[in-house]
Design a protein around this ligand. Structure first.
Ligand code: IPE
Ligand code: IPE
Ligand code: MG
Length: 248
């Protein structure tokens, strides 16, 4: 099953849960290499971590979790590795559909799904459609996602609407542009976590991250635990989010 059963009542929290957390699930390959295993074993372990962390996020009352599962650049990897990642995704979506009536989790996708296999695409559409009615915890899975690609598509769509006479260039503002992105209607992430020691954004949520707080850790994604997530949440609450203003 994609999401484990609800745990016992959540512990009293020292810090409130951010509304929207986004995670770059990185470090699967290095995790496997350290153990002398093929990279695909790392992806498999990473997907278990995803289940655990998503369950935990739901149980502590988070509203949105956005995870980077496959980027527009990840096609550069070997055919075998790409196939393994796609097959793990397929397995989870099948499980998610099975468990949906019980889990009540909204599963949504960000990315260009036209490039994935018709079978996987159909599963994403089905998962999205079935879970649309749930308005509690939402997981956004970024699949064949690239921040630049997302912005280009939005610009293209706006240009198309202008050319069709539906709107005028001067009418576009930041809110209107946001509504053309995959994340339309979803608040920007408060906190973006990147495990694995890399300190870069790798084309993730470029527009939406304008005022996100970042948290980097050396822990590899398959080793990432709810305790690590709590460390990130704690760090987030020590930040002073000024949004360009002055500290009061
Ligand atoms: C993240 O782990 C998973 C994907 C990008 C699909 P990596 O596979 O990038 O792991 P490293 O960075 O090579 O360790
Ligand atoms: C970012 O990780 C993409 C995902 C985690 C899905 P990468 O491993 O692809 O990023 P780089 O190559 O280190 O920048
Ligand atoms: Mg990586």
């Amino acid at each position: 099953m994609l999401f484990q059963k609800k745990n016992a009542a959540p512990l009293k929290r020292a810090y409130p849960v951010p509304e929207h957390v986004a995670i770059i699930m990185d470090g699967n390959g290095r995790w496997a290499k350290k153990r002398g295993l093929p990279r695909t074993a790392g992806h498999s372990a990473g997907s278990e971590t995803f289940r655990r962390i998503a369950t935990y996020c739901r149980d502590i009352g988070m509203r949105y979790l956005t995870v980077y599962a496959f980027s527009t650049e990840n096609w550069k990897r070997s055919e075998e590795e790409v196939a393994a990642i796609m097959s793990l995704l397929k397995k989870y979506l099948l499980e998610a559909i099975d468990e949906m009536e019980e889990d009540h989790i909204r599963l949504h996708f960000f990315g260009d799904l036209s490039a994935i296999s018709p079978e996987l695409r159909e599963l994403t559409q089905r998962t999205d459609a079935i879970s649309e009615k749930y308005d509690g915890f939402q997981v956004n899975v970024c699949l064949n996602y690239g921040g630049r690609d997302e912005i280009c598509r939005a610009a293209r769509e706006f240009a198309r609407r202008c050319a069709a006479g539906e709107c005028k260039p001067e009418e576009l503002d930041e809110n209107g542009f946001s509504e053309l992105l995959y994340s339309a209607g979803i608040p920007d992430p408060d906190l973006i976590i990147r495990p694995s020691g890399e300190v870069r954004i790798s084309n993730f949520l470029l527009w939406q991250s304008a005022y996100a707080e970042y948290y980097f850790t050396d822990v590899l994604w398959p080793d990432f635990t709810p305790q690590e997530l709590e460390k990130a949440i704690e760090a987030f609450h020590r930040r002073d989010r000024r949004y360009g203003g002055v500290k009061r």
